[in-house]
Design a protein. Structure first.
Length: 149
């Protein structure tokens, strides 16, 4: 009688499992070493202080046309005066987020300046934060001009 040898195929090769185990051990070791060395965290926003904060009232006049008032009702800016068109773009982003989250509220937004120069537009109704510095120096100047020092 003839004997037949059946060779079982490995579903996951042994060398591959050894490689994954080594990779896990190396990752855990490197994390442990970096935590002991107490290196600063990379990619985490540094702790900053709020230097100034404004509450702005955006009044919509058209699709990309908004007027910005302070809490006292003083006119601060209009999006139609040439270089201030970015005001309308930011307000439309906030409006879109409110539509997505089905939030109906007033048009008040907070503009926060941090001690590292960062400017953030915050919508408390939707927890949306728009980092104005990310959109270039011209657009940063549009919002920086709203702070009347």
């Amino acid at each position: 009688m003839k004997t037949v040898f059946h060779r079982e195929r490995e579903i996951v090769p042994k060398r591959f499992l050894q490689f994954l185990g080594l990779l896990v051990v190396l990752t855990l070791t490197s994390v442990f070493i970096f935590r002991i060395m107490n290196l600063p965290l990379v990619g985490v926003s540094p702790k900053t202080k709020v230097v100034a904060e404004l509450t702005l009232n955006f009044v919509e006049r058209g699709r990309f046309d908004v007027v910005v008032f302070d809490q006292s009702g003083n006119l601060l800016a209009e999006s139609t005066d040439g270089s201030s068109g970015f005001l309308g773009v930011v307000y439309n982003a906030v409006k879109r987020e409110r539509i997505k989250k089905r939030v109906v509220t007033d048009n008040y937004l907070r503009l926060i300046r941090y001690d590292n120069g960062r400017l953030v537009v915050v919508d408390d109704a939707t927890d949306l934060e728009i980092q104005v510095n990310s959109f270039g120096s011209k657009n940063l100047n549009v919002f920086s001009s709203l702070f009347v020092d």
